[in-house]
Design a protein around this ligand. Structure first.
Ligand SMILES: C[S@@+](CC[C@H](N)C(=O)[O-])C[C@H]1O[C@@H](n2cnc3c(N)ncnc32)[C@H](O)[C@@H]1O
Length: 221
């Protein structure tokens, strides 16, 4: 039976894929990669492209950022994948970072499971782990909790000391306001592992940059 492989390709550095991810990409007959923009680039595909064998079918599927079209687009991507699986072809679905961290893969998977296909997921290095290594910052220690949250929910921070804020784009001001008010130190990391990689700690510089591929690592005493 053909298999769907969900593959985490890491933050965007082609040397930060696992060996398992590379070997699986090499052997799949079909590669599906998500793009946030219609007819746009796929960062996951860019990251993995050097491992794709000539003759492999490569398809970019558009997954819009907002909630509006998400369900229908996930279904369309799934239908394409299902058709290839029924032909007996192994399909790799690439995701940036890890497939189970804020990923389109999760939305799509339930359709595949419903149809009884074999699914194997290959974990990837998350963007926030890559960012922590880049800036040599501890994510969490001892008995503390690490909270990973989307920027839209930043106001929900209560007594946590170690926080990762993802999907910061378009929420920069609010996130910085909340973190500063609650006494956090923060590091903003954008395009980790990719061209244009930037690390900032200055509020004004962060508000000027406003990059989609960005996150914040924050902690307080
Ligand atoms: C849809 S989520 C994908 C998360 C991904 N699955 C992971 O494990 O890191 C997209 C968010 O991940 C973060 N992100 C992904 N890649 C990044 C990178 N190279 N540098 C900084 N942030 C990144 C940003 O916060 C971005 O808004």
């Amino acid at each position: 039976m053909a298999t769907l492989y969900g593959i985490g390709v890491g933050p965007g550095d082609s040397e930060l894929l696992t060996m398992k991810a590379v070997k699986t990409i090499e052997k799949c007959q079909v590669i599906v990669a998500p793009s946030a923009t219609e007819n746009g680039e796929s960062i996951a595909l860019e990251t993995a492209k050097e491992y794709i064998k000539p003759g492999t079918e490569v398809v970019i599927k558009h997954f819009p950022m907002g909630k509006k079209d998400r369900v229908i687009k996930a279904l369309q991507a799934y239908e394409f994948i299902e058709a290839r699986l029924r032909e007996g072809k192994d399909v790799a679905f690439l995701t940036i970072g890890d497939p189970y961290v804020y990923s389109t893969y999760s939305h799509m998977l339930k359709h595949v499971r419903d149809c009884g296909f074999k699914v194997q997921t290959i974990p990837g290095i998350t963007s926030f782990c890559a960012a922590a290594s880049l800036v040599n910052e501890t994510l969490v220690v001892g008995n503390e909790r690490l909270v990973i949250m989307p920027a839209a929910n930043v106001k929900e921070i209560t007594d946590e000391k170690f926080v990762v804020v993802m999907k910061v784009y378009k929420h920069e001001e609010e996130v910085l306001d909340v973190l500063e008010e609650k006494g956090f130190e923060y590091i903003y990391a954008s395009r980790v592992g990719r061209e244009g990689e930037t690390v900032l700690t200055n509020r004004e510089e962060i508000l000027k940059l406003r990059d989609y591929m960005s996150l914040i690592i924050a902690n307080r005493k």
